[in-house]
Ligand binder design. Structure first.
Ligand SMILES: NC(=O)c1ccc[n+]([C@@H]2O[C@H](COP(=O)([O-])OP(=O)(O)OC[C@H]3O[C@@H](n4cnc5c(N)ncnc54)[C@H](O)[C@@H]3O)[C@@H](O)[C@H]2O)c1
Length: 437
């Protein structure tokens, strides 16, 4: 990755393409429409609300991030996407029951105009869903070509030069990389032969990148975590990032675990359970889809606590994560954590968390930030894995052989230093010796 000498200006409109237009996607789209009319605040979004310190603490320079790096504005965003259900974004948002009727009514016309394009869907990858808004092609390369045509049509219809894609579709079943994923050549052959190991999300990611569109992966799907698509991202000069939005319980975990570890407090057990009743919960009720989520959720503590380096404190940790589908709760998830920890002389303590959260309300600002930062990365000439966006993910993508950084605070320092580096500003190390010289 080269330090950019110049970042292209965010001129014109920016297309936002969302494979999957359910609760998260529609909460994001509706939220942008409300926020740009000044009808509700974009709370939770760094690109809209956060400042960044520049230079010494004595300089008093702390601009808004959006004024420091060249980002598209909310007014510039044009929304599109795919779903296997034909509902437009207004109907889908009403079904998701995240936002109030009163909020949705304010933007009904604008939201209703966002209609999903027919999806690429293979039921064996998401077993709990069946829909009719599906592309008719059988061959996987033909499906990829159809998605490419969708992207070109969308750009032409809205007069767009640039697009960014964020996967907001369901969690696919857990699967491991195979020979067909090992190189771009093998993958393209696999597409032509409709290899069963190529998932719908891989077809989208391939097609989008072939059209020069960066791809962010909001689910724990394997998708771009394979050599073939990493190769394509470099070849096409498109950024990729992932995976699995960091919201709810895992967000709490990556806030709390680094704090406990930084004080060298021991942890013997961490039990996490959730109830949720939205469509995501229904999909995750299938053990194969849950397995993808479980892998992504379990990895977090391991890399934060480093049990191999701190065996006395974390060597025997028992970490368990459960998700229970419970329809009455809808999107209003409840997550419980029980943490058994130990302090001075090994004396035991407990922490209990009961987080009454709203899943999509936490995910929507992440989608917005990823859209704007991925577009920034594209204009700065970055391709391949964007590790500086780890802040937003449960299971950050990294270069092969590199362990991911899961500590939320290190991830934030990394993100902000990356923005400073892009703009040729001094990096902030927090040493601060100069104040005392
Ligand atoms: N809400 C959160 O806090 C959160 C956090 C992390 C990850 N996620 C992930 O984000 C994704 C979206 O979550 P959600 O709550 O909006 O789920 P949702 O079920 O409401 O929406 C997902 C949509 O994707 C569609 N879909 C599935 N496969 C598709 C395909 N091949 N092509 C096009 N559309 C397809 C479904 O029909 C559905 O409308 C899920 O994978 C979820 O695990 C959500």
């Amino acid at each position: 990755m080269k330090q950019p000498t110049e970042i292209k200006k965010p001129e014109g409109k920016l297309g936002v393409l969302l494979p999957g237009m359910g609760a998260v996607a529609t909460t994001f789209i509706a939220g942008c429409m409300l926020a740009r009319r000044g009808l509700a605040p974009p709370t939770g979004s760094l690109t809209q609300m956060a400042r960044i310190r520049l230079g010494k603490r004595t300089e008093g320079r702390e601009p808004m991030i959006k004024d420091f790096v060249p980002l598209s504005t909310l007014d510039d965003l044009v929304f599109g996407g795919w779903d296997l259900f034909p509902d437009n974004a207004y109907q889908a948002a009403r079904n998701a029951e995240v936002l109030s009727e009163a909020h949705l009514k304010l933007i009904e016309d604008e939201l209703s105009a966002v209609e999903p394009m027919p999806a690429v869907f293979f039921p064996e990858f998401v077993k709990r869903l069946r829909g009719e808004n599906i592309k008719p092609q059988q061959n996987k390369m033909e499906l990829a070509e159809a998605v490419r045509q969708d992207v070109r049509d969308f750009k032409q219809k809205h007069g767009l030069d640039r697009c960014v894609a964020v996967w907001c579709g369901s969690t696919e079943v857990h699967h491991e990389p195979t020979a067909v994923h090992a190189s771009l050549e093998a993958f393209e052959r696999g597409l032509r032969e409709s290899d069963p190991n190529i998932s719908p999300s891989m077809v989208y990611a391939y097609a989008l990148m072939k059209e020069g569109v960066g791809y962010a992966n909001g689910a724990p799907n394997l998708t771009t975590d394979i050599p073939a698509l990493l190769e394509l991202s470099r070849e096409m000069g498109t950024p990729i990032s992932g995976k699995d939005f960091k919201t709810g319980q895992t967000l709490m975990k990556t806030i709390l675990a680094p704090g406990l570890k930084s004080r060298m407090l021991g942890i013997r057990g961490w039990f996490s359970t959730n109830i949720l009743g939205n469509r995501d919960g229904e999909v995750l009720d299938d053990p194969d889809s849950f397995r993808s989520k479980e892998v992504s959720k379990l990895g977090v503590l391991e890399t934060v606590l480093q049990p191999e380096r701190y065996p006395d404190l974390y060597g025997d940790i028992y970490h368990k994560v459960r998700i229970e589908y419970y329809p009455p709760r809808g999107d209003q998830k409840e997550g419980w954590d029980n943490i058994d920890l130990s302090g001075w002389l090994g004396y035991e303590m407990q922490i209990k968390i009961d987080f009454l959260c709203r899943d999509s309300i936490l995910a929507a600002p992440i989608v917005l930030d990823l859209v704007l930062f991925m577009d920034l990365a594209q204009r700065a000439g970055f391709s391949g894995i964007q590790e500086w966006l780890s802040f937003y993910y449960k299971s950050p993508m990294t270069a092969p052989d590199l362990y991911p950084e899961n500590d939320l605070f290190i991830q934030l320092i990394k993100l902000k230093n990356m923005l400073r580096w892009m703009k040729g500003e001094e990096l902030i190390t927090h040493v601060g010796h100069e104040y005392y010289d």
